[in-house]
Design a protein around this ligand. Sequence first.
Ligand code: TYC
Length: 103
Amino acid sequence: MSNGDTTLTPKTSTKPKLERPRLYKVLLVNDDYTPREFVVLVLKAVFRMAEETSQRVMMTAHKMGTCVVVICARDIAETKAKEATDLAKEAGFPLMFQTEPEE
Ligand code: TYC
């Protein structure tokens, strides 16, 4: 400014606000055909679950329709869900694992 007036402009923040990436749930879905023992075997093999936890998760899905197996980053959730579903498919069972974003 030529008349000596000072113009004050607020300093804008230069730090970009990074959103935390969303977490995803892997859901075990119940069906009428896959044997209980096979569901437990897949939970132990793919998700490294202990016998007792696998039994509990399997029974929850059996009774309620679905059960959350794990909550993790999207790429890991999708890879694990596909690996587990493919394992069942190869064995001839309709067992399904799905992923969905957490609230
Ligand atoms: N409902 C199946 C049965 O009675 C067992 C089962 C449990 C299948 C959980 C899928 O996600 C599942 N043989």
